[in-house]
Design a protein around this ligand. Sequence first.
Ligand code: NDP
Length: 296
Amino acid sequence: MAGQVIDGKAFAAAVRARVAQGVARLREEHGVVPGLAVVLVGEDPASEVYVRNKGVQTVEAGMASFEHKLSAETSQADLLALIARLNADRSVHGILVQLPLPAHLNADLVINTIDPAKDVDGFHILNVGRLGTGQKAMVPCTPLGCLMMLRDHHGSLAGMHAVVVGRSNIVGKPMAQLLLGDSCTVTIAHSRTKDLASICRGADILVAAVGRAEMITGDMVKPGATVIDVGINRVERDGKARLVGDVDFASVSPVAGAITPVPGGVGPMTIACLLANTLTACCRAHGLPEPEGLTA
Ligand code: NDP
């Protein structure tokens, strides 16, 4: 029997609805409107699409959206000055700098200039440290979305063996920290891991965040495991451009207990969690209770 397909699109819509409810309550009871500022440097078409989608969904959730589009030649000093202004702006509760930045800009310096309380991407070194030490942090959106889906599917994750394939700072490492925080036994695999297949076969929860089309195949998955596919890979099939994950859906779904598809799995959760993080940041800034179920 094929595993249950976890509908990330529907789940993300439910998260966005909960965020919108929280935003409406903040506005009615406290006169506060959460605001998200997105900074885009340059004209990368894919980044422009992401930024537009973020803006639309921010407004749909009832929040204020501030877009700052800067030319590809923007200097480091000018970008840092904009971030300083956004840090000081009380109508802005979340700041996101769209990555990648043009090569002449120091992305680490830019990210670490964002006020950690407004760092809704969770990439600031202080938030990375807080997550790693189990303190209240802003949590990166994609792994937060994966965690929400896993909690929804399993309830408690305690004692489960989770294998995360990929050790990037934006997905693999924070994903592993979050699973550890939920008391999983966590293995992190990467490009130098020996016998990846047998490590993956030991997983109750398998998270693939690699960027290699359909590399996780059915023979690498324990029967009944929950498989979360973070990968987004553009491939050509039968002369048509298609998006596929890091998981070979056709061979894995008959083995897995549950699986996220690509597209329509993890992807939609990322912006939903960005909105959730902006609401959380706003509540924290005003000393108000945080909405339940929208943070780690
Ligand atoms: P990175 O390229 O930063 O990291 C990839 C990781 O995969 C590295 O840790 C690398 O290991 C590991 N890896 C590479 N080859 C292998 C292999 N053969 N076996 C095991 N591990 C391997 O990618 P990201 O983490 O940024 O993204 C991963 C995927 O997730 C991409 O497809 C990306 O598009 C997608 N993504 C999706 C998002 C969403 O919203 N759904 C958001 C962010 C990313 P090593 O460290 O040793 O090099």
